[in-house]
Write a protein of this length. Sequence first.
Length: 169
Amino acid sequence: MTLNTNANLDPVLHYKLDPGEWGSSAPSSAALSIGRVSQHEADNIGRFKKEALQKGCYVVQSSVSLNISKQGEYLAATSGKSQAIIYCPNKNKLKNTNNDDNNSGFSPLSIYDNQINQLKEQEKYTQDPKQKEKIDQQIQALKLQKQMLKAILQYVQDNTSKNSLDLTA
């Protein structure tokens, strides 16, 4: 007869932080590991957002991934990774002003303009009324998305000048 002790069912995991990374490297039980690692990675994303806003940039996309393995009787997070894609409109403007060709830099709004122009060209040469209607709907959807992006960019620009942004919520 073998006895399963609590240590075998819920082992303690020891974590190591990357050099320069903030946070606690205190051990955690396997049962609590997913919450602990995901909270640590969420804090990293919050720090990325704060640093981006301080530089006049903003986070376009962020993701967190956890490495999960069975530890004792639990699925435990053994490590995690957080990533953020940051867009800096001020740097983009500087890049465009130094180049003779204004289309060489990345601009989210110009992507919408290019797609709309391509669809308008396609609509000119389409004879089928159903196809024209479908293309027109796509153009209207792109215009709406472009307006929403403009509003978001304006909101970010207006709020990055404020130093008292709360990023914990």
